[in-house]
Design a protein around this ligand. Structure first.
Ligand code: EPZ
Length: 422
């Protein structure tokens, strides 16, 4: 077991390169199951959720090989449905993409219950509504979710009652090989939805409207192999933007799509942070002090819920009182207790956190309670005076490619240390 140890108070200066987007990569990796051909994926982030997804496909009979340049070749020609390993599937939520992919390829699916960050109940009723609209009969047991489509998958119209990233991606996977056309209304519009749709279209699918709230999928007979590069990770980029601001440093963040960061940039500029945009890079720096703001997380293009803990850490050391409303996830403030241990002054009442900015934070021992909460602990540790130790860092490694190495390169005093067990 390892922990991250940070000696805070050092401004970050220099440049970091952003990796491929976790939440696009996971949908695309499981989407390879739909293709009986070789697919080469470039810019895959080498994070534990990606490695886990590749191992799940291997255990299902896919051939997965890593090239010297870091690209990965996946061939699911001989993959078998219904045998995904439950012990691996339950380690992350994105495993539920196996449902759409198996249903799309085999006309049936049998997948163990998925896991992931603990945000309270994380229902999949909309996914089920979509599978049933396509002709699937869904059976839930304690251990498995099964779907049978005896008459095959037929295109349909579907209106999502809730804007759901996972539900939208699962529908893309289930419908691309369907008989006929599927229309999804009230679809999620995140850049990772667009990337999964672009990947499937590169394999020969006919998907239009991704990135809007209405997506049309015209079923095709089969898909073919391709080479595809994953879109840069907007949440990783946003995390480094906030780390630069929190340490009053100056970071050039490379391999980004500024358009994807617009809502994050807008809120940081409102706080007094300066953000200069270039074609595929941004430069972030911040004066002292930063101003308080009010913010509500929303589906894209609103401020992302996956950037909520990170900006909370920044607001903790900004002047005045800020109000942060979590508008997407049921319960995403579990990390506040850990921020308080670093000296933050935050009150949580239901979906609203009231943050009273303090002049500075002090080092402490904290835990990463989930992936983005862990990123918030890193940001707070970098900005704190003294030493911060972060445990349960496996959460952070699910979604950040070499965060310690990237931060070290821009001046952070940070290292991973083995926890001495008695
Ligand atoms: C995806 O989770 C991301 N995970 C999450 O990122 C992200 O927080 C979330 O989208 C929102 O952007 C992956 O992409 C692997 P949702 P997902 O379905 O698909 C409710 C990270 O940090 N809902 O868009 O599970 C649900 O309870 C992770 O990278 C239903 O009610 O999110 C939630 O309140 C954490 N019924 C809201 O919709 C459903 O059938 C949004 O959930 C599905 C969802």
């Amino acid at each position: 077991m390892e922990k991250i140890v940070i000696r805070g108070g050092k401004p970050l200066n220099g440049s970091v390169v952003i990796s491929g987007m976790k939440n696009a990569a996971l949908g695309i990796i499981f989407g390879c199951l739909l293709v009986k051909d070789k697919i080469t994926l470039e810019d895959l982030p080498m994070i534990s959720d990606v490695k886990l997804s590749l191992e799940i496909l291997r255990r299902m009979g896919a051939e997965v090989a890593e090239n010297a340049d870091g690209s990965v070749v996946i061939d699911c020609t001989n993959a078998v449905g219904g045998i995904s390993p439950c012990d691996l599937v339950k380690k992350m939520r994105a495993s539920y993409y196996l449902l759409g992919a198996e249903l799309g390829r085999f006309g049936r699916a049998k997948v163990g219950r998925s896991g992931g960050c603990d945000f309270g109940t994380r229902p999949i009723d909309q996914h089920i509504k979509g599978f049933e609209a396509l002709g699937g009969v869904v059976t839930l047991s304690d251990d498995y979710i099964r779907i049978e489509a005896e008459n095959g998958i037929r295109g349909s119209e579907l209106f999502f009652d809730v804007i759901t990233v996972g539900g939208t991606i699962n529908m893309l996977l289930a419908a691309v090989l369907a008989e006929g056309t599927t229309v999804i209304e009230n679809a999620a519009k995140e850049p990772h939805i667009v990337d999964v749709a672009n990947f499937l279209n590169t394999c020969g699918a006919v998907i239009t409207g991704a990135g809007t709230d209405t997506i049309k999928i015209k079923g095709v007979k089969e898909l073919h192999g391709c080479t595809y590069a994953i879109v840069p990770d907007m949440i990783e980029a946003g995390t480094y933007m906030i780390a630069a601001a929190a340490t009053r440093g100056c970071l050039r963040i490379e391999n980004v799509i500024p358009k994807h960061l617009e809502s994050i940039t807008a809120k940081l500029v409102e706080m007094g942070v300066s953000v200069d945009e270039f074609d595929d890079a941004i430069v972030v720096s911040a004066p002292d002090p930063l101003r308080h703001i009010n913010l509500k997380t929303l589906p894209y293009p609103g401020y992302p819920t996956d950037m909520q803990p990170q900006i909370c850490a920044l607001l903790s050391i900004s002047e005045g009182t800020s109000h942060l409303i979590e508008g997407v996830i049921e319960n995403r403030f579990r990390y506040v207790e850990e921020l308080r241990r670093l000296g933050a002054s935050i009150e949580v009442n239901g979906k609203t956190a009231t943050i009273n900015g303090v002049s500075g934070l002090h080092g402490a021992r904290v835990r990463a309670v989930d992936l983005r909460a862990g990123a918030a602990m890193v940001i707070a540790g970098l900005a704190s005076d003294g030493v911060t130790e972060i445990e349960d860092i496996h959460h952070i490694e699910r979604g950040y490619n070499d965060i310690v190495g990237k931060l070290k390169k821009v001046g952070a005093d940070i290292e991973k240390v083995e926890i001495q067990t008695l």
